[in-house]
Design a protein around this ligand. Structure first.
Ligand SMILES: *[C@@H]1O[C@H](CO)[C@@H](O)[C@H](O)[C@H]1NC(C)=O
Ligand SMILES: *[C@@H]1O[C@H](CO)[C@@H](O)[C@H](O)[C@H]1NC(C)=O
Ligand SMILES: *[C@@H]1O[C@H](CO)[C@@H](O)[C@H](O)[C@H]1NC(C)=O
Ligand SMILES: *[C@@H]1O[C@H](CO)[C@@H](O)[C@H](O)[C@H]1NC(C)=O
Ligand SMILES: *[C@@H]1O[C@H](CO)[C@@H](O)[C@H](O)[C@H]1NC(C)=O
Ligand SMILES: *[C@@H]1O[C@H](CO)[C@@H](O)[C@H](O)[C@H]1NC(C)=O
Ligand SMILES: *[C@@H]1O[C@H](CO)[C@@H](O)[C@H](O)[C@H]1NC(C)=O
Length: 497
């Protein structure tokens, strides 16, 4: 069935190619388009308490609450803290043009604060960046990928607090000063929608039921936006003229389509786009939250007897600081969702404010993550949606991938997933005129899939977690991707020759 979809796509593409301009080949990527792969520090590094590193929130959570984490921790993970050279060798074998990775805040700043720098942590990232540069692979650095130092958490300095804004800006400032001579592409913060909304478990209501949901989510998002924008402005003033890098924030959006053509479902799908993506993209583009969020949350807050809206307000100065604080859009996108109106629930929460529920049809192929079924067309519609909603910006896809539970090197379905996804990206470029310039496969390595543990495998490279060597083996998909990159053509084989 999966292959059948591709054949259909190929036929459609062939017809479309005959009709469209000769310059836009639906199977061929220009040399200006870049292919890479990504990881996050906590998912791969290990070395959790080595050489001066202190605990991050994730170290604390996985080690103290194994019952919520499939008994898995990132204490060793892929051991990339010691094996980064093997990682870079694998990237070189695949021919990656860039590598997206994140900085572990508590490895660089064990106290959380920027006055106490751990040189061993700085050395680790210098070594990694130098190894990448020597291999001709460009670094794309995520400054924050969910691993807040526990030292800050203890002090209540986390995303629900305004104190977090300046701590983040100080950490980013240090990162620019240490690595900005070689790093020219920065993502400040990864997927705020995911962690601010409570998934994957940042607000642990099952451990701390007193947490005021419906308030925390929006405080978190508010401070993320302020921290991101302040960081962007700092870079423009202090580093841009000498380092000349580019900065954005990685937002995530899976394509939301109405379940039926009823007005309720059509409105629900658009409301979900605005709650999930517009929450951050609207302030960046327009300077404020989407009107529907302001109205719905104010209205629900009043019904719940709050004396003010649970959605914080930006001052005029803040709006000006946030508006336009990006050089391009970065988007993580994996699938699509069929959306319908959910019955109103008066309990305060982001989920109840959004008032939608999502499903995926039975005939979409399952993956190792239940709500990430295969829908390769989704990315095309997400790209088109961003183009049309936010002034046709340059867009980089900073995450997209397919997971299975086996980690088998003969990963035919992953190859088909990448091929169909790249076909849809070509359609977005050729048919919809979207300016998408990079594709980042998630993930380079099989790794710790957060609270889901090691059973969800997204990698182009298999890791033998039973061996203390954490042996790396390229999967067939890695060879397919290598040939795509080499030939700039998606209908290549996975041949290792
Ligand atoms: C975690 O380990 C405990 C103790 O060995 C076991 O009882 C439990 O079933 C395990 N949980 C999971 C999700 O594997
Ligand atoms: C909704 O209407 C469009 C246009 O008429 C049609 O193509 C589509 O199949 C309909 N979708 C559903 C879910 O009925
Ligand atoms: C506000 O809530 C009331 C009562 O549920 C509802 O009738 C009204 O349509 C809501 N207004 C908006 C703008 O959502
Ligand atoms: C809000 O206050 C009104 C009036 O005191 C009361 O009837 C209602 O139950 C309250 N609602 C909630 C959600 O607390
Ligand atoms: C895409 O965006 C880049 C960066 O802004 C720009 O240089 C390029 O001309 C754009 N390409 C198209 C086709 O609009
Ligand atoms: C890989 O799997 C496919 C089916 O998914 C099978 O046809 C093929 O023979 C397998 N290749 C190897 C080398 O095992
Ligand atoms: C691990 O690597 C070392 C050094 O390369 C090698 O001697 C050893 O046999 C390997 N162990 C396993 C279990 O593969």
């Amino acid at each position: 069935m999966f292959r059948a979809i591709f054949v259909l796509l190929a036929v459609f593409c062939h017809v479309a190619r005959l009709q469209s301009t000769a310059t836009c080949d639906l199977f061929t990527f220009p040399s200006t388009f870049k292919f890479g792969a990504g990881t996050a520090a906590y998912q791969i590094e290990g070395g959790w308490n080595e050489d001066g590193k202190s605990r991050s929130w994730w170290d604390w959570f996985t080690n103290n609450y194994p019952q919520y984490c499939n008994n898995a921790t990132g204490n060793i993970a892929c051991d990339s803290y010691h094996k980064y050279k093997e990682d870079v060798a694998a990237m070189k074998a695949i021919g990656l043009e860039f590598y997206r990775f994140s900085l572990s805040w508590s490895r660089i700043l064990p106290k959380g604060f920027s006055y106490s720098v751990n040189q061993a942590g700085v050395d680790y990232y210098n070594n990694l960046i130098d190894e990448l540069k020597a291999a001709g692979i460009e670094p794309l650095v995520t400054i924050y990928h969910w691993d807040t130092p526990m030292a800050l958490e203890y002090l209540g300095t986390t995303w629900t607090s305004p104190k977090m804004v300046d701590q983040f800006v100080a950490f980013a400032d240090l990162a620019f000063s240490l690595f900005g001579d070689r790093v020219k592409l920065w993502a400040t913060i990864n997927e705020p929608k995911s962690f601010c909304q409570g998934i994957p478990g940042y607000f642990l209501t099952y451990i701390f039921p007193e947490l005021p949901m419906g308030t925390l989510e929006y405080l978190c998002g508010h401070h993320v936006l302020l921290a991101h924008a302040k960081t962007y402005r700092l870079y423009q003033e202090k580093y841009k003229s000498t380092q000349n890098g580019r900065i954005s924030i990685t937002l995530d959006l899976n394509y939301n389509m109405p379940l039926t053509n009823s007005t309720e479902d059509i409105e629900a799908a658009e409301r979900r786009n605005l709650f999930e993506f517009g929450w951050f993209a609207h302030p960046l583009y327009y300077g404020d939250y989407p009107q529907i969020m302001k109205t719905v949350i104010a209205n629900n807050s009043a019904k719940q007897n709050f004396t003010a809206s649970r959605l914080p307000k930006f001052s005029c100065t803040e709006k000006l600081m946030i508006k336009g604080s990006y050089d391009l859009f970065m988007v993580n996108s994996y699938t699509g969702t069929q959306v319908t109106l959910k019955e109103y629930n008066n309990e305060p929460s982001y989920i109840n404010d959004e008032q939608t529920s999502g499903t995926q049809p039975d005939h979409w192929l399952s993956t190792a993550v239940s709500n990430l079924k295969v829908y390769p067309e989704g990315i095309r519609y997400v790209l088109k949606y961003i183009k049309e909603s936010y002034g046709n910006p340059e867009i980089m896809i900073t995450e997209n991938g397919y997971s299975d539970t086996t980690g088998n090197v003969n990963d035919t379905l992953r190859i088909e997933f990448i091929r169909e996804t790249l076909g849809n990206i070509r359609l977005a470029i050729c048919e919809d005129g979207v300016n998408v310039t990079r594709y980042t496969y998630w993930s380079l390595l099989d790794n710790l899939e957060w609270a889901r543990g090691y059973g969800v495998k997204f990698g182009l490279v298999q890791i033998d977690f039973d061996s203390e060597n954490r042996t790396r083996t390229l999967k067939r998909s890695a060879y397919y991707y290598k040939n795509v990159i080499q030939n700039r053509y998606i209908n290549v084989t996975d041949s290792t020759e």
